[in-house]
Design a protein around this ligand. Structure first.
Ligand SMILES: Cc1cc2nc3c(=O)[nH]c(=O)nc-3n(C[C@H](O)[C@H](O)[C@H](O)COP(=O)(O)OP(=O)(O)OC[C@H]3O[C@@H](n4cnc5c(N)ncnc54)[C@H](O)[C@@H]3O)c2cc1C
Length: 452
């Protein structure tokens, strides 16, 4: 069905098919979890970023009638665009979409102590840097090619049904006209300001604000950032996060983020510009962008037949601010969960199905990673002493190897017990030298550390 020609559509939820079970009919047992339906269930995915496109692709290829809503397909999501290497294979992302292959990563302390953080990368390893407008467009069109109906429209409202078996009604504006669509299941992939989350009263979360300027550099200066990314830490650039310079096709993205000092974000941006002044002098700002970054998962991520994924759910890691991979992964996991639970669209799903097939699996796989990075952020980003300790530690090759393997491949790297012990001792040593132990770690942090 061509998405743009959809007329206003109000369709009752798929009819329940009476089926004899002993002397009872199944319709008499509506409260039981297994409901057989005569036509396939219909899913709407709101938001066509990495989370939404991946969810739509999984749903459509799993045989479910899928509608993918994206309000501004031509726009560029404000983002650094760094993804882990494993995402290329896992999501079949063609290499020609990559702007830069970063093989050198410098981390620079408040006192300008600089560590080259890419020493342990193997010859075939790199951090892919992409522009989001390129990546998102590719993922969205692939979902459409594989069967999702792409609707280039703003979703303005969602009517949540008052009974278990009624449809959700999606209101959207297409070509200046209000339209509606009735669906059985919704995947909320509409980012940090999610309307879907509001519609299902999923609760709020704390957000950081991230600010970024795209700066086109003279050729000579761009050559310096050919395959190099930089991370700057210090109170001048952020009191609780890091600032970055990431290379793109013909420009660099220079940005910073903060949770606790949002009102000063422009001052912090001036701070990172001042730090890299000599390297970007003569450059022209071609784009200025800002966006919230969620700090924690939402209190509710599944309600009835609605699931939240990506930023809408709050899946961005602290410390690194990484969210693209987790958005795509959660979208795919959620889409596959719906396909599985609905037996390819032939059975109505319930909140319990979504919790069992999506949420529990997600939490089992990633919750420890999120908590661990949360702890690292608290310990290392909270004071200049902690930041100096972090940069000192990053000089250690074992620390580098473990960090890169975990980041690039999204699995815990195989360690060496002796080296692990040395790493723990080095960490404690660096922290003691920087006088932060006891001050930065509260009881909650210590408990998390004990669980890891
Ligand atoms: C400045 C900055 C730098 C970052 N750098 C990195 C980085 O280098 N690496 C990394 O991994 N992560 C980075 N992140 C985080 C990353 O951008 C997000 O985690 C990621 O984009 C989440 O993807 P998503 O699909 O969940 O949401 P989004 O990418 O936000 O996509 C949501 C989509 O929904 C659409 N939408 C919203 N509301 C509606 C509606 N009502 N109707 C229709 N469509 C709607 C939007 O137009 C958008 O396309 C950065 C974030 C920021 C702000």
């Amino acid at each position: 069905m061509a998405a743009q020609t959809l007329s206003p559509l109000h369709r009752p939820l798929h009819h329940l098919k009476p089926k004899t079970v002993g002397t009872q009919t199944l319709t008499a047992k509506l409260k039981c979890s297994r409901i057989i339906i005569t036509s396939k269930i219909r899913a709407a995915v709101i938001g066509g970023g990495p989370a939404g496109s991946s969810a739509a692709e999984a749903l459509a290829t799993g045989g479910i009638e899928t509608f993918l809503f994206e309000r501004s397909p031509e726009a560029a999501k404000p983002c650094g665009g760094a993804i882990p290497l494993c995402m290329l294979d896992e999501f079949s992302i063609p290499h020609h979409l990559i702007d830069r292959r970063v093989t050198h990563m410098k981390i620079i302390s408040p006192s300008n102590l600089t560590v080259d953080f890419g020493k342990t990368l193997k010859s075939h390893e790199f951090i892919p840097m992409l522009r989001r407008e390129v990546l998102d467009n590719f993922l969205r069109l692939r979902a459409e090619r594989l069967g999702a109906n792409l609707i280039k429209a703003l979703v303005t409202r969602i009517d949540v049904p008052t009974t278990n078996n009624s449809p959700y009604i999606i209101h959207y504006i297409l070509n200046n006209t209000q339209n509606t669509l009735a669906v059985d299941v919704i995947v909320g992939a509409d980012g940090a300001n999610s309307r879907v989350a509001k519609a299902i009263k999923a609760g709020t979360y704390r957000c950081a604000i991230a600010f970024q300027e795209r700066i086109k550099l003279p050729d000579g200066k761009m050559a310096y950032y050919e395959n190099l990314a930089e991370m700057y830490i210090g109170n001048d650039v952020s009191p609780d996060f890091y600032a970055w310079v990431f290379p793109k096709c013909d420009h660099v993205a220079v940005g910073t983020g903060t949770v606790c000092s949002k009102e000063n974000i422009k001052t912090l941006q001036r701070g990172i510009r001042a730090r890299v002044n000599s390297k970007i002098r003569g450059g022209t700002i071609i784009k200025v962008e800002a966006h919230p970054i969620p700090e924690h998962p939402r209190p509710i991520r599944v309600r009835n037949r609605v699931a939240l994924v990506g930023d809408a759910a709050g899946y961005v890691t602290k410390c690194s601010g990484e969210g693209i991979y987790f958005a795509a992964k959660s979208g795919r996991m959620c889409g596959e969960a719906i396909v599985r639970a609905s037996e390819s669209g032939n059975r109505m799903i319930s909140e319990e199905d979504l919790k069992r097939e999506y949420l529990r699996k997600w939490d089992d796989e990633y919750i420890t990673t999120f908590r661990f990075l949360d702890l690292l952020q608290k310990v290392f980003y909270g004071s200049n002493a902690g930041r100096e300790a972090l940069v000192e530690l990053c000089g250690n090759e074992y620390v580098q190897r473990m960090t890169f393997e975990s980041y690039l491949y999204k699995k815990l790297a195989d360690g060496n017990r002796w080296e692990d012990l040395k790493m723990v001792m080095n960490t404690i040593g660096s922290l003691i030298r920087c006088n932060v132990v006891g001050r930065e770690m509260d009881e909650f942090d210590k408990r998390i550390l004990a669980q890891i």
